[in-house]
Design a protein around this ligand. Structure first.
Ligand code: GLN
Length: 490
């Protein structure tokens, strides 16, 4: 077996015991990335020198951390000291941050190794990586298809064995959707669970960093490391962090599962609905009590998100003015410089969001759009809270369809519809995980989303771990043939 095929938890165990050198692992990843990434294009920037010297340091340490030798890719909107952080945008093309994000500090403190920065839709706005100012990442299962987005580079890197795990970021589904498209696991933690310090802001009341991994176990381990209070993020929660990783056993209590009604699956591709029906049947086989949930506010979640997220983005992105950092256009005077910098520096989707958000916040329209969306957000949150009085988890498909072709979704609305199942978790702050739950007839991965109560990640991992074993997807994850497409056979 090649070292790149070794799972994160197994590799860390071997490095800790001194049976495997972190440097050997890094060397294997470097040669695999060099041969595979020209096809996949998951990385915007690799950090091979930094990774190699970190590996040597770790190999010389007596006491090794909880992630010793874990090879991690980081989405390029999470800042890394001395390592370019572009956000997939021309406006930050040459930006080298002077500090590390809290999550990067935490990973490195446990001896994880950052191998590179992954591609994304510009400023995390999109569902396919096609909005990256640099290039589109390809789905390792089918190179003609997108890996999802906005954390598409991170998900593709993990699926193509170009990293053991990755960090992505979520505002409306950007970890879970690409995880579903690439057949890997992706978690959006509870809002406030993971520090946003050093995550370039898109919509601050929705943003959260989350891991993308090959297994639920790996996801639990990484979350245990990156979660926790951070005084530098004013929305960070003070709750203690349980050891998610060591607590993946059986439930002692009775578990009730919430399922969507048939009418909520309207507009979902047939194969996705069929997969969901199989999951429904599995719940009964596993002995869980199920309940069909009526969630009418789900219908307004998408329009609500597409008012709130652009509104916050229009304010957050005001800082890219050519004065403080990033690209500055040649201009006659100050206001000409602002206009030219932003016109030339931002791509069309980012401009669309800034315009939408500025409009929604403007006087005379604020009540009709932003204030109304904020009220709808309260209703959505209330409805979910009530649902979680009746059930422990809510299951939904992660996406309405499997990975689509590059260039297929030309109008923005069809792209926005990708987020139908995911945005509610961001609007209400609850955690959600996507795990691979099967393959379409064409051999593309299908994801199942599991939602739970705020700060119940422990329970969520336990349940996801149990389902992962039932789906038996693990066996067909680790193979890549030379064309970069994964083989589906067991
Ligand atoms: N696809 C959604 C959007 O374009 C979600 C993005 C995200 O979660 N960062 O806004």
């Amino acid at each position: 077996m090649k070292l790149i095929e070794l799972g994160l938890t197994e590799a860390v165990e071997l490095v800790k015991k001194g049976e495997l050198k972190a440097k050997q692992i890094v060397d294997d990843y470097i040669s695999h990335i060099e041969s595979e990434d020209p096809k996949i294009q998951a990385y915007l920037n690799c950090a091979f020198d930094r990774a190699s010297s970190r590996a040597l340091e770790i190999d010389n340490k007596k006491e090794k951390g909880r992630l010793a030798g874990a090879i991690i890719a980081v989405k390029d909107n999470i800042v890394t000291r001395g390592l370019k952080t572009t956000c997939g945008s021309k406006i930050l093309e040459h930006f080298v941050p002077p500090y590390d994000a809290a999550v990067v500090e935490r990973l490195e403190a446990e001896d994880a190794i950052i191998i590179g920065k992954t591609n994304l839709d510009e400023f995390a706005m999109g569902s396919s990586t096609e909005n990256s100012a640099f290039f589109t990442t390809r789905n390792p299962w089918d190179l003609e298809r997108v890996p999802g987005g906005s954390s598409g580079g991170s998900a593709a890197a993990v699926a193509a064995l170009e990293a053991m795990a990755a960090l992505g970021s979520e505002t409306g589904g950007s970890v879970r959707q690409p995880a579903a498209f690439c057949g890997v696991v992706g978690l959006k933690p509870t809002y406030g669970r993971v520090s946003r310090y050093g995550l370039v802001a898109f919509a601050s009341s929705l943003d959260q960093i989350g891991p993308i991994t090959r297994s639920v176990e790996d996801c639990a381990l990484i979350t245990s490391v990156i979660a926790g209070f951070d005084p530098r993020d004013s929305t960070s929660a003070r709750f203690p962090v349980p050891d998610y990783f060591s607590d993946l056993g059986e439930f002692s209590e009775k578990i009730r599962i919430g399922l969507l009604t048939e009418s909520s699956l309207k507009g979902v591709k047939q194969e996705i609905a069929e997969n969901y029906h199989r999951v429904q049947a599995l719940m009964a086989e596993l002995g869980f009590e199920t309940k069909s949930l009526d969630l009418p506010s789900w219908q307004v979640a998408l329009p609500c998100y597409y008012v709130i997220a652009p509104s916050e983005a229009s304010s957050n992105l005001a800082r890219y003015d050519g004065v403080r950092y990033g690209f500055r256009a040649e201009a006659r005077d100050l206001s000409d410089m602002y206009v030219k910098t932003r016109t030339q520096g931002f791509g069309s989707e980012v401009k669309r969001r800034i315009l939408l958000g500025t409009f929604a916040l403007s006087s005379g329209y604020y009540d009709a759009y932003y204030a109304k969306a904020s009220r709808a957000r309260q209703v959505i949150t209330g409805e979910l809270q009530a649902a979680f009085e009746l059930v422990d988890f809510i299951l939904t498909p992660t996406t309405p369809e499997a990975a689509f072709k590059v260039g297929e979704k030309r109008d923005p609305i069809s792209m926005y519809l990708q987020d139908y199942f995911t945005v509610t978790a961001n609007l209400s702050g609850i955690p959600g995980i996507s795990i691979p739950s099967g393959l379409t007839a064409a051999g593309l991965p299908v994801g199942l989303q599991i939602l739970s109560r705020p700060f119940e990640e422990s329970k969520l991992f336990k349940f996801a771990f149990k389902l992962e074993k039932s789906f038996d997807f693990q066996n067909n994850r680790y193979r890549i043939n030379t064309s970069g497409r994964r083989k589906n056979e067991k």
